[in-house]
Design a protein around this ligand. Structure first.
Ligand code: NAP
Ligand code: HSE
Length: 428
């Protein structure tokens, strides 16, 4: 057996401690698979006195992540701290500059600095691996960079934030409003320290931007991910959408279109019977579409110590085996700067309106839609509640611009109360 792969771990929280637990429990198994042992030389975190639930006495302790990254006795720096600036970025850069490979779970850092870091790694002849950064335990980076390398990818999509999927499915199953389930998720410890990262779609948007880079050979462009969170999703829309055969998901979609690269993370309707529609609780699902392979669906835990550490180990074993892949699946210097699409490709939409009980009201709505070039696919009107009745419309494919024009037109009809709700229906 050749020399061990020597690693330094910065960050001993959920993920870092999980990695130590696997290495301590499966050292022989991993050595047999990798052809060499993986040995932890040194670790660091902020608070040395905290009990991590795993023994640390066999490892040297460094007070500072940058100092750990520069140690002469490590081959790989494992950045498991988080945060897109500060210690994580400084230590990652120090590791690459000093000739160490990097394994990270940090989607925020890579979404903001991934291309620059990949260039830096390439110039230094090092690798950055980040399986744990997207969809936790699901080996989606490996699937895209290796398993599907022979495909022109046509679309990448998925539910990549377990907390949001938990909130949306719990709202439906318990019939509770968003604010109550949000509070429940907070008490269960599901939410990030800054919950906006989850519920505003930022965390999932980070992940989508990384997948898009690999899938389309483009530089990571988080700045052009269209982001919309789940805070405005109501229990009423969840129920009405279900009546029409749909589920509401915080869905990420990236596709290369004639109009440029489209990257969206927003609440969408998907067919209730589809794999995405059936996804319950905090689970993640990534759907990959390639010209030769067709559609691949990957499902599994997107967070938690075990699944995330499992993904970190996959990267470490690859490096131990000498499997040295470029960060985003091809040399960083060959990644193109994508032209961001200004508008999403046309899609059907779900519309919910509160219609006044007046003769000809529905005809006026239909006329406004027709004037904007929007055709109705299906429609349902419910019984009147006092003076208004909820009306649901599923349109044929249309653009968001045409839809917004129609919504502005509704205001002038005098037959609609309040603001209509419009949600894109993604064809999956
Ligand atoms: P965590 O439980 O909060 O742990 C973070 C660790 O980093 C802690 O041990 C903390 O030290 C240490 N740390 C923070 N700032 C530091 C600094 N400046 N210098 C040294 N150590 C520092 O976080 P986590 O959940 O393990 O997440 C780690 C990374 O994995 C993040 O990038 C996260 O986005 C990513 N990730 C997490 C999950 C998940 O399920 N948790 C899933 C996928 C990806 P103290 O313990 O002493 O405070
Ligand atoms: N907050 C994330 C989620 C954790 O809920 O999916 C893993 O990235």
């Amino acid at each position: 057996m050749t020399d061990p792969l020597r690693i330094g771990i910065a960050g001993l929280g959920t993920v870092g401690a999980g990695v130590l637990r696997i290495l301590q429990g499966h050292g022989d198994l991993i050595a047999a698979r990798a052809g060499r042992r993986i040995e932890v030389m040194a670790v660091t975190a902020r608070d040395r006195s905290r009990d991590r639930g795993v023994p640390l006495d066999a490892y040297a302790w460094e007070e500072d992540a940058v100092a750990l990254a520069k140690r002469g006795d490590i081959d790989v720096f494992a950045e498991l701290m988080g945060g897109h600036e500060g210690a994580a970025k400084d230590a990652t850069e120090a590791a690459l500059a000093g000739g160490r490979d990097v394994v990270t779970a940090n989607k925020a850092m890579l979404a903001h600095h991934g291309h620059a870091l990949a260039l830096m790694a390439e110039e230094a002849g090092r690798v950055i691996r980040f399986e744990a950064a997207v969809a936790g335990g699901i080996p989606v980076i490996k699937a895209l960079t290796e398993g599907l390398a022979g495909n022109e990818m046509t679309r990448v999509m998925g539910v990549m934030n377990g907390t949001c999927n938990y909130i949306l499915t719990r709202m439906e199953s318990a019939g509770l409003p968003y604010v109550e389930v949000f509070e429940e998720a907070r008490q269960l410890g599901y939410l990030e320290a800054d919950p906006r990262l989850d519920v505003d779609g930022i965390d999932a948007g980070h992940k989508l931007s990384l997948l898009a880079s690999i899938a389309f050979g483009t530089q990571v462009d988080f700045g052009h991910v269209e982001l919309e969170g789940i805070g405005a999703v109501t229990i009423e829309d969840i129920r009405r959408a279900a009546d029409m055969g749909f589920k509401i998901k915080l869905l990420g979609v990236a596709q290369m279109t004639g109009r440029g690269l489209e990257q969206r993370m927003q609440p969408c309707l998907v067919p209730a019977t589809s794999p995405l529609g059936q996804l319950q609780g905090g689970t993640n699902m990534v759907v990959l579409e390639g010209d030769s392979v067709g559609q691949i669906v990957l499902r599994g835990a997107g967070a938690g110590a075990g699944p995330t550490a499992s993904a970190v180990l996959s990267d470490l074993v690859d490096i131990a085996r000498g499997n040295r892949l470029p960060t985003f699946g091809q040399p960083a210097s060959t990644l193109r700067q994508a032209r961001p699409a200004k508008a999403a490709v046309p899609a059907p939409y779900y519309l919910r309106l509160e219609l006044f009980d007046k003769p000809g009201a529905l005809a006026k709505v239909a006329r406004v839609l027709g004037d904007s070039g929007i055709s109705i696919d299906r429609m349902r009107q419910y019984g009147h509640e006092e003076s208004t009745a909820p009306v649901l419309i599923v349109t044929h494919k249309t653009t968001r611009i045409a839809l917004d024009e129609a919504i502005a037109g509704f205001a002038e009809t005098g037959v609609i109360m309040g603001q209509p709700v419009a949600i894109r229906i993604e064809q999956v």
